[in-house]
Write a protein that binds this ligand. Structure first.
Ligand SMILES: *[C@@H]1O[C@H](CO)[C@@H](O)[C@H](O)[C@H]1NC(C)=O
Ligand SMILES: *[C@@H]1O[C@H](CO)[C@@H](O)[C@H](O)[C@H]1NC(C)=O
Ligand SMILES: *[C@@H]1O[C@H](CO)[C@@H](O)[C@H](O)[C@H]1NC(C)=O
Ligand SMILES: *[C@@H]1O[C@H](CO)[C@@H](O)[C@H](O)[C@H]1NC(C)=O
Ligand SMILES: *[C@@H]1O[C@H](CO)[C@@H](O)[C@H](O)[C@H]1NC(C)=O
Ligand SMILES: *[C@@H]1O[C@H](CO)[C@@H](O)[C@H](O)[C@H]1NC(C)=O
Ligand SMILES: *[C@@H]1O[C@H](CO)[C@@H](O)[C@H](O)[C@H]1NC(C)=O
Ligand SMILES: *[C@@H]1O[C@H](CO)[C@@H](O)[C@H](O)[C@H]1NC(C)=O
Length: 438
């Protein structure tokens, strides 16, 4: 019989080759520009992955991943089409960057994963097998759940295909649970009808940054009469066309990098005030997942009175305990709620809707790009002859500081301190959950 360690070692050189066999194509822009696309940015690691400190080994991994790149939602598609047609209707154009409008027709699909998004998810599967192969065996396969949205389910399946490929088809994980989004679902934010929106804050910011752009384009395209929201729509066409066509959209050329930096802040505000700390009922929508995470980390049954489905979470078929690898697939808004319930990316003060705070760590291109990932690693660490259990959290491979549980700079908290720190979740959102429906 092969020892597990020996097998991992023998596979590792092939694994390196497989992991660099990236199937995600280049979009034709540089990373600096692509990351101004905020929640529509393609995935880039926010930092280079670092192994845990010496003396520590990973004993469990909990992955939560956003679906890959998609087509616009219906309402966004409609708005972008209208703004593009309005620009096309100008009586003349000053500048060759507008030439493409003569032949432009809006032709993007709706909601679904684009091929680029499938490739992102596939590559993530390869990467995660390669990184965590020592946690996987015939008897210890990753356990997968997905929220029941076609793009999320497909992303999960593409992830399994990449995972299987990287393992030389030795380990092909299955998607075990698909959770209906009209029911109790910890992987979606559909259960809080009273939640507010970020419309006020994003409108305030558009009123600050968009008029100068509108003036510039309206002067070059007389008769277009673009408003601030048209400018936002036309900027949004840049990422959506680019990821759909896997080629630079000509709409990107209508704006400068500085202007796209303003667009990025628009995305930061959208999420901060839509699901994050700026939204009274944002963090509470992440509580259900956090309580499931605590259950998985501690090997104890889920205790939650928010979004969890007790039927699913009390069954070993749909919520097995004490596994080494859990992978869940979800949406960006829900992941923002989860970060905020956990206490990640906390800001010293709320984001200013009229001026970007240049010191902010709340930058959604690093938090929820297409196929973005939250990974919670459970570690066993030995120091001075003592062994204990620890936790660290990575968002898009960047180790997150966790001052709230005694992290002294290496990103580690003891498991006990981490569990203790999650009072907001353990107390079911301290009354906020009731406000979702009251
Ligand atoms: C990369 O993927 C392609 C297509 O699946 C395959 O033909 C090729 O052998 C792979 N290369 C490596 C180094 O795994
Ligand atoms: C990236 O692209 C932008 C916009 O085209 C350009 O202004 C910037 O100089 C480029 N940055 C790098 C590092 O190439
Ligand atoms: C076209 O734009 C340039 C600057 O981009 C300007 O110098 C020129 O006057 C404009 N031409 C017309 C006809 O408005
Ligand atoms: C628009 O399409 C026509 C006909 O196909 C073509 O001749 C023309 O070059 C196109 N114009 C641009 C700016 O692509
Ligand atoms: C992604 O998943 C879909 C649905 O299972 C499949 O049709 C497609 O071929 C997959 N693509 C990749 C790159 O795995
Ligand atoms: C809980 O999950 C079960 C099994 O999937 C499902 O039949 C039921 O409708 C769900 N109930 C709620 C309230 O979400
Ligand atoms: C999981 O492990 C914990 C801690 O070792 C143990 O208390 C618990 O009974 C186990 N749960 C199951 C379902 O095996
Ligand atoms: C679904 O969630 C509601 C609200 O927290 C809860 O009252 C109900 O018991 C849950 N249903 C199930 C099947 O878990």
């Amino acid at each position: 019989m092969l020892r597990k360690g020996a097998l991992a070692l023998a596979l590792s050189s092939e694994l390196v080759a497989a992991a660099i066999n990236n199937t995600t194509p280049s979009l034709g822009f540089n990373q600096t520009l692509e990351q101004t696309w905020a929640q529509y940015s393609p995935y880039y690691p926010a930092a280079e992955y670092t192994a845990p400190p010496d003396g520590c080994s990973i004993i469990q991994v909990n992955l939560l991943q956003r679906h890959g790149a998609r087509y616009p939602k219906k309402s966004d598609g409609k708005a972008m089409k209208k703004s593009a047609e309005q620009l096309q209707g100008a009586s003349s154009f000053n500048g060759s960057e507008y030439d493409f409008l003569a032949n432009f027709t809006y032709d993007l699909g709706t909601d679904d994963l684009v091929p680029y998004g499938a490739a992102q998810s596939y590559d993530a599967g390869q990467l995660h097998y390669t990184r965590y192969a020592s946690l996987v065996s015939e008897n210890m396969m990753p356990f997968l759940r997905a929220s029941d949205s076609e793009r999320v389910v497909e992303s999960a399946l593409n992830w399994t295909a990449g995972f299987a490929y990287a393992s030389n088809q030795q380990y092909a994980p299955v998607l075990s649970v698909i959770i209906d989004q009209s029911t109790n679902d910890t992987l979606d934010d559909n259960m809080c009808p009273n939640v507010g929106t970020s419309d006020d804050e994003t409108t305030d910011w558009a009123d600050v940054f968009a008029p100068a752009i509108a003036d510039r384009i309206n002067a070059a395209a007389p008769g277009a009469s673009l408003s601030n929201s048209d400018i936002v729509n036309l900027m949004m066409l840049c990422p959506f066309e680019t990821v759909a066509n896997e080629a630079p959209s000509p709409f990107c050329d209508l704006f400068t990098l500085d202007e796209f930096n303003s667009y990025e802040y628009y995305g930061d505000l959208t999420d901060y005030y839509g699901n994050g700390y700026g939204q009274e009922l944002g963090p509470v929508q992440g509580v259900g997942y956090v309580n499931e995470l605590l259950a998985r980390l501690t090997g104890q049954p889920v205790q939650d009175e928010t979004q969890t489905n007790h039927t699913l979470d009390s069954s070993p078929t749909t919520f097995p305990m004490n596994l080494t690898f859990y992978a869940d697939f979800s949406h960006d808004n829900q992941m923002i709620s989860i970060y905020s319930a956990l206490g990640l990316f906390a800001q010293p003060h709320n984001l200013d809707p009229t001026q970007p705070d240049t010191e902010r760590t709340w930058q959604v291109y690093k938090m929820v790009p297409f196929s973005g990932r939250l990974i919670t690693e459970k570690l066993s660490c030995t120091a001075d002859g003592e062994t204990g259990e620890y936790v660290r959290i990575l968002v898009n491979d960047a180790v997150q500081p966790m001052d709230f549980c005694g992290d002294t700079g290496n990103g580690l908290c003891t498991l006990d301190n981490f569990v203790e720190s999650q009072q907001y979740a353990r107390l079911n959102g301290e009354g906020d959950w009731a406000l979702c429906t009251d």
